[in-house]
Ligand binder design. Structure first.
Ligand code: OSB
Ligand code: MG
Length: 368
């Protein structure tokens, strides 16, 4: 396989509703879309970096820089055997997993196109549909949160994740639990607590949450282990997990009992599969996280979530939960809490190039 032409674009897409986490919020998304061509076909992929360096240090601008100045010029025209080898020429780059994953995941899609198979099958995923959940941002009032949760439960979502931060946690969640006693609820703190909050976090145990996601800092594996030893609610790690090595360390330390895999955060599909397999071997469930992706990134997440140990519903919501109009056809929809995994070759959905063209703010192309 050899990449002959690439086109990187920045597109702006407005979220239908502002999305707020403990460290900041989103309304206008700046999304990088990459189109790569090899001898046999083309594939689109998405960079999941957030607009501000609040989730990780990467942003669309750092990714643009890393991709156009280093990664894309180095990988073009180089013959490679398998998708995971596409990044070999830039194995010297430190960090920047989301920028790198854009190319690595696109190479998996090119390989799927070449073999006329779905991304899901190429990855070894067996499931045709997967259960999905929804992530609810911090709301202005508890009543608004209750309305949101009610709406998403009625729509059939199999997991409702509620963002929390100090001051908007136990009391708020207790209202949700009292109103919806049986709902599959979890909380995500995005690293906004410290070990000094252990007493507060222990109060979550009464609420029967599926898990609490990333309560402490991304570097705090030791502290997460101490916290997990003090609370019953399973801890799920998100920001802390950048690789299979991190996962092994976290599981050995007892820092958590569930792993959120976002392929962008861990540098791509090869790393995602390693983490999946490692967890499967230890009986640790994983699920696929989200980064408010457009339909392009969503197709990749769904393909990954079709692997067997993605046993909990992912943060993979319907297109219309995010956008008035998505950039792919057909849009992603849910049926009784399940989303169909695209079975057509490659990413399995069509990119609406006319619409992408209208949303494009800058473009960089390179051909051999
Ligand atoms: O922590 O999972 C997170 C969105 C942006 C940054 C971090 C997170 C999220 C979400 C959204 O929770 C999940 C989705 O894409 O629906
Ligand atoms: Mg999270």
């Amino acid at each position: 396989m050899k990449i002959r032409r690439v086109e990187l674009r920045e597109v702006h897409l407005r979220l239908r509703e502002r999305f707020e986490i403990s460290s900041g919020g989103w309304q206008e998304r700046r999304i990088l879309l990459l189109r790569m061509e090899d001898e046999e076909g083309e594939a689109w992929s998405e960079c999941v970096a957030a607009e501000a360096p609040n989730y990780s240090y990467e942003t669309p601008d750092t990714a643009w820089h890393i991709l156009t100045d280093y990664v894309l010029p180095a990988v073009m025209g180089v013959e490679f055997e398998s998708p995971s080898a596409v990044l070999d020429p830039v194995s010297w780059i430190r960090g920047h997993p989301m920028a790198l994953a854009t190319v690595e995941m696109g190479a998996w899609a090119l390989e799927a196109v070449r073999r006329r198979t779905s991304l899901s099958s190429l990855l070894g995923g067996g499931r045709m549909a997967v259960p999905v959940g929804v992530s609810v941002g911090l709301q202005g009032t508890d009543d608004e949160l209750l309305r949101q949760v009610e709406k998403h439960l009625a729509a059939g979502y199999r997991k409702i994740k509620v963002k929390i931060k100090p001051g908007r946690d136990v009391d708020m969640l207790r209202k949700v639990r009292d109103r919806f006693p049986e709902a599959p609820l979890m909380a995500d703190a995005n690293s906004s607590y410290s070990l000094a909050d252990t007493t507060r976090l222990k109060e979550l145990d009464d609420l029967h949450l599926m898990m609490v996601e990333q309560p402490l800092g991304s570097e705090d594996l030791r502290e997460h282990a101490l916290l997990q030893a003090s609370i019953e609610t399973p801890i799920c790690l998100d920001e802390s997990i950048r690789s299979a090595g991190d996962t092994l360390l976290a599981l050995e330390l007892g820092s958590g009992r569930i792993i959120n895999i976002k392929p962008g955060r861990v540098g791509g599909f090869a790393s995602s599969r390693e983490i999946h397999d490692l967890c499967a071997g230890r009986g640790v469930p994983v699920w696929c996280g989200g980064m408010l992706e457009s339909g392009v990134g969503r197709a990749y997440n769904l393909a990954l979530a079709s692997l067997s140990n993605f046993s909990l519903p992912g943060d993979i919501s319907e297109s219309r939960r995010y956008w008035k109009e998505d950039v792919v056809e057909p849009e992603f929809v849910m049926d009784q809490g399940f989303m169909a995994v695209p079975q057509a070759p490659g990413i399995g959905v069509e990119v609406r190039v006319d619409r992408v063209e209208k949303l494009t703010r800058r473009r960089w192309t390179h051909a051999m």
